[in-house]
Design a protein around this ligand. Structure first.
Ligand SMILES: NC(=O)c1ccc[n+]([C@@H]2O[C@H](COP(=O)([O-])OP(=O)(O)OC[C@H]3O[C@@H](n4cnc5c(N)ncnc54)[C@H](O)[C@@H]3O)[C@@H](O)[C@H]2O)c1
Length: 308
């Protein structure tokens, strides 16, 4: 019987996606090529679920029910016989994903959708070796996927647009907030906007307009507080086209339209200052605590979710 969501790749994202699927009352089968990852997969999914109880977003009863729905396997053939949907979350590598999609395409009947959680690759390329690319889509869950509602559904050149609508409806019943991205372009939707913000944030530091701390403070204590309920296009409508066009005409010539990585970031890279992982980037991480920052971020997301 085809009654399960198969999560293909049980690393960080796979375990968070498995958590979302189980909470939505799906049988969930976690698969991974790496035995040691699989051994930890069950407890990693449970960790994701438990955080939701700790944060007051789910009841203990809902979590107990979800826990019963999760299984782990290294037998892909058996798992494929039960899958009515696959969400792939293996390494971000085109060849690896292409091989995975080709394999799944040959194992699963045409009616079973195969989705990729890729954050940067094109689903059109990932599904290039499949016989039935119309059943493939990107479903990009955002990190931390057990908390963030957004899922970007990207329609590939050969994907079925009807499938995108169906997956959107399904993810909505999972409690997610999916958006449909009509073209398979780099950056999907939200990463294009994020990169535009990062580009100008770095430029402001580069031209000496403000320090990294003040740039981040301006975002955190200013516009970011509005964004949970006030999108940029709602902002334009609220302010009015006349004023916004006039502001664009005076500000856009002043901000960067760079089409490559910034010289400041390339200099930091050359110096070995990769950011938190090397101890220094824009900030000196011997003086800042990344774990505390992540906790603060997650607590704020939960707070905001409870409000909106
Ligand atoms: N980490 C993020 O912030 C984030 C956010 C959104 C999307 N993504 C995307 O999600 C995907 C997974 O990222 P992650 O951070 O969970 O990576 P991860 O390294 O934690 O997990 C990847 C897993 O894939 C498994 N794997 C690799 N090749 C495989 C194969 N052939 N068959 C079965 N399993 C295989 C690995 O053993 C590993 O457990 C990537 O495409 C990534 O771009 C990541």
């Amino acid at each position: 019987m085809r009654d399960s969501v198969l999560v293909f790749g049980s690393g960080m994202m796979g375990c968070a996606i498995g958590c979302c699927a189980a909470l939505a009352h799906n049988q969930v089968i976690m698969y991974d090529i790496n035995e040691s990852v699989l051994e930890k997969a069950h407890s990693r999914v449970l960790d994701n679920l438990n955080i939701l109880v700790e944060q007051g977003l789910q009841t203990i009863e809902a979590i107990e029910e979800a826990k019963k729905l999760i299984s782990v396997t290294n037998n892909l053939e058996q798992a494929s016989e039960r899958a009515n949907l696959v969400i792939e979350a293996v390494y971000e590598n085109l060849e690896v994903k292409q091989d995975v999609f080709q394999k799944l395409d040959s194992l699963l009947p045409e009616s079973v959708p195969i989705l990729s959680n890729t954050s940067g690759l094109r689903i059109t390329d990932i599904s290039a070796k499949t016989k039935y690319p119309e059943r493939t889509l990107t479903a990009h869950f955002w990190l931390p996927a057990n908390l963030i509602p957004l899922v970007e559904i990207v329609i590939g050149d050969k994907s079925s647009p009807e499938l995108a609508v169906r997956i959107k409806e399904m993810l909505t019943t999972w409690g997610k907030t999916p958006v449909i991205v009509n073209k398979d372009l780099p950056g999907q939707l939200a990463n294009r906007i994020l990169q535009a913000v990062i580009r100008e944030a770095v430029n402001i530091v580069e031209i000496g307009l403000a320090s990294p701390e003040d740039v981040d403070t301006a975002i955190k204590m200013g516009m970011a507080l509005r964004f949970p309920v006030w999108g940029p296009l709602e902002h334009v409508d609220a302010v009015g086209m006349d004023i916004c066009c006039s502001v664009q005409n005076s500000v856009l010539p002043e901000i960067t339209n760079r089409t490559h990585a910034s010289p400041l970031m390339l200099k930091l890279l050359e110096e070995g200052n990769l950011g938190h992982k090397s101890g220094r980037g824009f900030y000196d991480w011997s003086e800042k605590d990344m774990d505390a920052l992540i906790k603060k971020r997650n607590d704020f997301i939960v707070h905001a979710l409870k409000k909106v």
